[in-house]
Design a protein around this ligand. Structure first.
Ligand code: HEC
Length: 136
């Protein structure tokens, strides 16, 4: 009898979860789903390519001035000549996140004189850092 009740509750929970996700609305579940699949290669790289690579790759002015090469995972993790810009697991302490969110000094906020990143792109970078900044 007790077991039967428990199973019943489990069944209800099992059905309830997807219904709640749908009820939470397209936006939230889309963000969650996309975020779950977007690691470094498929998530972060396209954002860096769109906004940063042009200057932060070999031959670019950003790399020349700061040593920051955003064209490879190793380069992103190495950071600038002053040190790392990514603290794995802690986006708030990561200069990469601070810069693109406008938490840095205004004169060095990135990208320079370019279209700012979308909210979703900033979210994606933050999330990647908070999940350990892996080369995934
Ligand atoms: C138009 C060229 C250009 C683009 C695009 C660009 N940068 Fe930069 N970046 C620079 C230059 C030049 C510097 C050197 C500092 C300065 O002159 O402001 C720099 C400096 C930096 C620094 C070091 C700041 C410091 O003082 O420690 C970081 C981190 C950085 N960029 C990250 C990024 C990121 C992330 C993006 C993309 C969102 C990006 N940059 C896009 C040119 C660029």
């Amino acid at each position: 009898m007790v077991m039967g009740t428990n199973r019943m509750i489990n069944v209800i929970r099992g059905v309830g979860t997807p219904i709640l996700m749908i009820a939470a609305g397209g936006l939230v579940s889309n963000l969650a789903l996309a975020g779950d699949h977007a690691g470094f290669q498929r998530g972060v790289v396209p954002v860096l390519q769109e906004h940063c690579i042009e200057c932060h790759q070999p031959g670019g002015v950003g790399l020349e001035k700061t040593g920051l090469d955003l064209s490879t995972y190793e380069g992103v993790m190495r950071g600038t000549k002053h040190g790392p810009i990514v603290v794995p697991g802690d986006s708030f302490s990561s200069n990469l996140s601070a810069l693109i969110e406008g938490r840095g000094r205004p004169e060095i906020n990135m990208p320079h004189a370019r279209k700012p990143m979308s909210k979703w792109q900033r979210h994606l970078i933050r999330r990647w850092i908070n999940r350990g900044a892996k080369n995934d």
